[in-house]
Design a protein around this ligand. Sequence first.
Ligand code: DUC
Ligand code: ZN
Ligand code: ZN
Length: 487
Amino acid sequence: MSTMLIRGGTVVSATGRGAADVLVDGETIVAVLAPGSTLLGHDLSASVDTVIDATGKYVIPGGIDAHTHMELPFGGTAAVDTFETGTIAAAWGGTTSIIDFAVQTAGQKVFDGLAAWHEKAGGNCAIDYGFHQIVGGVDADSLDALPKLIDEGITSYKMFMAYPGVFYADDAQILRAMQVAAEHGLMTMMHAENGPAIDVLVAQLLEQGKTDPYFHGVARAWQMEEEATHRAIMLAHLTGAPLYVVHVSAKQAVEQLAAARDRGQNVFGETCPQYLYLSLEEQLGAVSEQYGAFEGAKWVCSTPLRSRAEGHQDHMWQSLRTNDLQMVSTDHCPFCMKGQKELGLGDFSKIPNGIGSIEHRMDLMYQGVVTGELTLERWVEITSTTPARMFGLYGTKGVIAPGADADIVVYDPNGHTSIGMPVDENGNPTGKKHHMNMDHAAWEGFEIDGKVDTVISRGSVVIQNDQFHGRAGHGQYLRRGLSQYLV
Ligand code: DUC
Ligand code: ZN
Ligand code: ZN
């Protein structure tokens, strides 16, 4: 077991900050000490195996991205990051744990779907990983499996009110699943959009010849998100099931969540960087020389990017400040333009849904600190501490304290990060800057006034001096407990 001292930095938690040294023994944090402390008369920096100088830098708990889709089959193709490439990209960006979604499709046994996900991830992750369970077919069999997931360390499952014929669950199915979840303490996660109504709008738009990516955002109108969010909240209220709404993008949906929380309901919401920074007008409506109006396909995801004129983005930032939204995940689901997004040329409904952001979440949220949207403490809270508490990892993850895993990021507020992957006129990278598998960058041109300096995963340095020092297979499966965030 080797020892490590992270010396001279400012340790930031969800509740405060202060100058402190962090002592690591093996995979675990063993002490948070006054700067320059000796322990039992020893000069620690002389006696540990490794000293990391964090002078002038922030020392924060490693990021936890609680919403990723490595290798997800979707729209006739599959998300391009494997567990290996996706977790390496995560590490580059200061994320040291992910919670991915194992998939059960209709007719499949939940435990077969879960086994397939263990097969994909096992031995391939560079950082620690856990699973939520997607239940794409709610039936007697999957309802029976739900409580058994808890023994597997899976304490949350997701249903979809969207995607009829694929993952869709109707109200009767949702009600039944929530009854089981309420009884056993599982967190119900919900993709809240009215899928059947959206499908009508999609068909009508296509009939009118409105086939560009922009119309993906028109079809998936905010009313579709507000209505489904309200319905999910009411079914959760009736059953007593805790509810976590994923990828919230409409301000009206946040208002539904806030009203439920004010009633004392266990209702939570996450948003994603794309709903804070990007918009219907600027991205889904983008036109480029290379792709024309199909450029917007890069940002086709669901829920969709929303109109900036309507003020959704500002409302998402505010909601993060007021805790009407509790955390930020990426919904990392990357597809290439070539051969994947292109499936939807001439028909936006055939564009695989998803954006790749896993590498940039910590930086993009830090930029919110720079611009005054968030405090430093809130940055740590929404990217690490709350995800840990929400999904039963807190104590081991999400905090710098004795006994916690040594998942630590040294973040340099004087550094700079230019995001993007410049391409030549043929779309070929001219010098790759990100580590995700996609052939483009959804965050091209974003500049961050800060930089991930050093990343430590369970006591091992995985990123330092702009080099990856980790390995696929270092990441371990996280058995999660029940949510530690319930009121
Ligand atoms: N939304 C996405 O953008 N991608 C994957 C699935 C989803 O619900
Ligand atoms: Zn979703
Ligand atoms: Zn998702």
